[in-house]
Design a protein around this ligand. Sequence first.
Ligand SMILES: [Zn+2]
Length: 86
Amino acid sequence: MFFVFCVFIVPIIVFVILHISSRRKTDGDALPTEPMEICAFCQKDFPINQLLEKEVGTYGKIYCFCKDCIENLYNEFNNTGVKTGE
Ligand SMILES: [Zn+2]
């Protein structure tokens, strides 16, 4: 009788434990995603940690700029031949 108990009950317990632990894992994956913000230039959505936040103007409005737009601005700045004063 004890043997039967082990054969049927133990696998069920193990299965239940595995099921619970795997469900916890998927719950962890379903954590709220990072807040999204729109790039002020290209108007695309990016996670906030991929954007540069800059306070612009005297009213202190904060704009977000993505890496691509910053690089484009940088290249544009260099290509216009603006002297950097060096
Ligand atoms: Zn952008």
